[in-house]
Design a binder for this molecule. Structure first.
Ligand code: HAM
Length: 422
């Protein structure tokens, strides 16, 4: 009987060798600045009660209204695969009383998120984010630090072509004042029913409507940035001052609308123009009411989520991936049984001193093994046969230019550690 081949579900991104090394490198480099700033790991479930997201992320959002993977579990509970990370972090912080301890609570996370969007380049149904949240401190300095951490992540990848857009959604007083005028303005527009009901839940969402006729209609709409209270204004100015002091360039985009409803105050997005329609490589902002909505005390927080899949696409587009870092330092080819025994021990010793070594296994011809060495991308190749073992010396071949140096086996460790740190 012949079985049909199976395929991964539609819109799911998966990473296999050799590309997975680049993915891993991107993920680790994006999150490194958070670790260097005192953020600690939070490892959370990928599924939660559905109400966490409908309450936390907001019913007016596409994410909640159209894109959630929701199902009933065997106990009849409504469960949703997490579409984003902030709500889950908040749930855990409240549940485990972290908000009763030292503030701010500073955590980072990384993992898969799920949104049933229409798949296209850079937009997947299962995608990967790294993110941070700083909860319990309302201070423009931490807003600036959070943005700087994201920015450093992208800089770590060698990215240059992205831009940082920031705005402020102000405090509740600013938003209330703006809402009155915005609703008045929207009331004068001729809108279809679906758009009207979206506007009724969150009128700001109309700024995000991609249809040209809607963009035209909204061109003269009042902007929240013009309604900021004195406090919100000086807060936003402080964020800008801090960013400038840190040498982080940004543009103010007063029409920015984030895809999730919990944002207040400072909000930001990182845009990479080389990625076409899915150009958002990361985004975040402050969320004043979220903890309260989720049953906790009234504490503010700020954070971001960075798209690892898209950051990888950006690094590919900018050719900033250090391909050579993804391969081993040495490919070791033993000829014969006794050579294999020595090769295993030599490799073990080298690896213990952080030199990465791949061994050639099996009965391959020398030619076949050399081909495998070449394909592996390893920086150096050594062939280990009886004569090398007798002499206690090998020929170390540098693969980039074929240059061969004779090195004592006992000296291999020093030689390779020195060369790989160069
Ligand atoms: P978000 O803007 O919805 O924010 O997502 C953050 C990033 O995840 C986006 O900028 C994008 O790079 C990536 N992303 C989102 N959807 C997809 C998709 N379908 N395929 C590929 N990449 C995608 C949040 O999720 C917030 N939780 C961020 C945050 C944390 N705000 C405050 N704290």
């Amino acid at each position: 009987m012949k079985y049909e081949k199976l395929q991964a579900p539609k819109g799911v991104r998966e990473y296999l060798p050799p590309e997975s090394s680049a993915f891993e490198w991107v993920r680790e480099n994006l999150i490194a600045p958070a670790k260097a700033s005192g953020y600690k790991l939070m490892e959370l479930p990928v599924f939660e009660d559905t109400s966490l997201f409908s309450r936390g992320v907001g019913e007016s959002t596409d994410v909640v209204s159209k894109e959630m993977y929701t199902f009933e579990d065997r106990g009849g509970r409504s469960i949703t695969l997490r579409p984003e990370g902030t709500a889950g972090v908040m749930r855990a912080v409240i549940e485990q009383n972290l908000d009763r301890g030292q503030l701010p609570v500073k955590v980072w996370y990384s993992g898969q998120f799920f949104r049933a969007e229409r798949p296209q380049a850079g937009r997947y149904r299962q995608f990967y984010q790294v993110g941070i949240e700083a909860i319990g401190l309302d201070d423009p300095a931490i807003d600036a630090e959070v943005i700087a951490i994201a920015d450093q992540g992208f800089k770590n990848l060698g990215l240059k072509n992205y831009r940082l857009e920031i705005t402020s959604l102000g405090d509740s007083q600013s938003r209330a004042a703006h809402r009155v005028d915005l609703l008045k303005f929207i009331g004068g527009l001729d809108l279809d029913d679906a758009t009207q009901s979206r506007a009724a839940i969150n009128p700001l969402r109309l700024f995000d409507d991609k249809r040209p006729e809607m963009q035209e209609k909204m061109a003269k709409a009042p902007l929240l940035l013009d309604y900021l209270s004195e406090e919100s204004k000086s807060n936003f100015e402080a964020v800008q001052r801090y960013l400038t002091a840190m040498g982080i360039s940004f543009v103010i985009n007063p029409r920015m609308v984030r895809g999730l409803d919990y944002y207040t105050g400072t909000t930001f997005e990182f845009i990479h123009p080389d990625l076409g329609a899915q150009s958002g490589i990361g985004g975040g902002g402050r969320y004043d009411g979220l903890m309260e909505i989720l049953g906790g005390q009234s504490l503010s927080g700020i954070g971001f989520g960075l798209g690892v899949d898209r950051a990888l696409l950006a690094a590919i587009a900018e050719k900033s991936l250090p391909e050579s870092e993804f391969s081993s330092d040495l490919f070791l080819i033993p000829l014969g049984d006794s050579a294999m025994e020595s090769a295993l021990t030599i490799a073990q010793e080298l690896r213990a001193s952080k030199v990465s070594v791949e061994l050639a296994f099996g009965d391959r011809s020398l030619k076949g093994a050399m081909k495998a060495a070449d394909k592996s991308g390893a920086r150096y190749v050594v062939v280990l046969g009886d004569s090398e073992l007798e002499q206690g010396a090998v020929s170390l071949k540098r693969m980039s230019d074929g240059v061969v140096t004779s090195v004592k086996i006992a000296e291999l460790k020093r030689e390779l550690s020195e060369r790989s740190s160069r």
